[in-house]
Design a protein. Structure first.
Length: 368
């Protein structure tokens, strides 16, 4: 009898089609509560109510003290915990995304989920989705936080992390960087890409720059609330400063250094990525690069120019020196000092070396 009473006093929620559907047994008080939420709607065919996802906080507020089951409520609890701990917006989105996908995959409520469900989900990501090690680690972090920190479950701590892919960043040489910057169609695009390369900025950092963050007199850029919620200062090159001055003279000033179409908002990350991609196509760059490759190239070129690794770490905002040390593996600073054994051989080259007996070219890689 008690269990039946408890079920009647419980509500279930389900996130579907951009709305939160709310299920509960007939109760005058509950109906009054749901009707106090803006945008509520009754669905007679499903015998449930629905509210906009934006009102999830209001749902928890009006049903305070009532047991709520379902993914919509769970994710709101997760979001609140992340916000209260000052996690970045990207981390919040990522953690909610992974946990929502996991709940859909498992097809169970949070209380029913166990170790095997987590292992099956990670196997699915690795085997069926061919996810990278960083994606798997992101999923593990998200599940650990929700089930370990929020729900106080311990089973997720038994999961072993996959080995990280030891991939090296693709580096653009200085000639390629110059070609990309020269291919930018206007001074605004040139200034954005020039700043990224000249100071080793992340794309998320350059789009959020304000005019006040540029200290022309001290030749420094103030990066606010970067990765890890850390502020830092980095260098401002004289060439990049000239680009910005020309750009601001032509486009005028706003709160943001690079405003979007709505000048009250900054340019989006996607727009900056598109600017770089289009410039690479015009410059005929064949390497598999992204706008972040300019940051990698900045660090590598500084290292090859003799800058101490500790200063590069500071400019990039790396917390650990081990992160910065990856550039020692792509720098040609020491490799160029080594003489290849082929260079010590006296090989005679002639025009006939590229042709066979019939005068046709031998098979081989074209364009080398």
């Amino acid at each position: 009898m008690y269990v039946k009473w408890l079920v009647k006093k419980m509500i279930r929620v389900k996130k579907e089609d951009g709305k939160i559907k709310v299920f509960f047994f007939y109760d005058k008080d509950y109906i009054a509560k749901i009707k106090s939420i803006i945008g509520y709607k009754w669905h007679a065919d499903e015998k449930c109510w629905s509210i906009p996802c934006s009102e999830s906080g209001r749902l928890l507020s009006v049903f305070d003290g009532v047991k709520i089951e379902g993914d919509g409520a769970q994710m709101e609890d997760l979001r609140r915990e992340l916000v209260s701990r000052k996690y970045s917006l990207n981390t919040i989105k990522g953690y909610i995304h992974y946990n929502e996908k996991f709940i859909q995959f498992a097809g169970k409520g949070a209380c029913e989920i166990g170790n095997d469900d987590v292992k099956r989900y990670l196997f699915y990501l690795a085997e069926d989705k061919d996810s990278s090690a960083s994606t798997l680690n992101g999923a593990i972090n998200a599940l650990r936080f929700y089930y370990g920190e929020v729900l106080k479950r311990q089973f997720v701590y038994d999961i072993k992390r996959p080995k990280k892919d030891k991939r090296l960043p693709v580096i653009l040489n200085q000639e390629e960087v110059m070609q990309i910057l020269s291919s930018a169609t206007n001074i605004k695009h040139k200034a954005i890409l020039g700043l990224v390369y000249s100071a080793g900025l992340r794309v998320s950092e350059v789009v959020k720059l304000r005019v006040e963050d540029i200290d022309a007199e001290r030749r420094m850029i103030h990066i606010r609330c970067a990765k890890g919620r850390k502020d830092r200062y980095t260098m401002l090159s004289s060439v990049a400063l000239d680009m910005m001055r020309q750009y601001l003279k032509e486009y005028g000033q706003s709160i943001w250094l690079f405003p979007g179409r709505d000048r009250e908002k900054h340019i989006t990350i996607r727009s900056a990525e598109k600017i770089f991609s289009n410039s690479c196509k015009r410059a005929n760059i064949k390497k598999n690069v992204t706008v972040h490759s300019l940051r990698h190239s900045f660090a590598t070129h500084l290292l090859e120019g003799g800058t101490d690794l500790r200063y590069i770490q500071e400019l990039l905002g790396h917390q650990s020196s081990k992160t910065t040390e990856i550039y020692t593996h792509v720098s040609n600073k020491e490799i160029n000092k080594i003489k290849s054994p082929l260079d010590s051989l006296q090989i005679k080259m002639s025009e006939n070396d590229s042709e066979d007996e019939n005068g046709s070219e031998n098979d081989g890689d074209e364009g080398v």
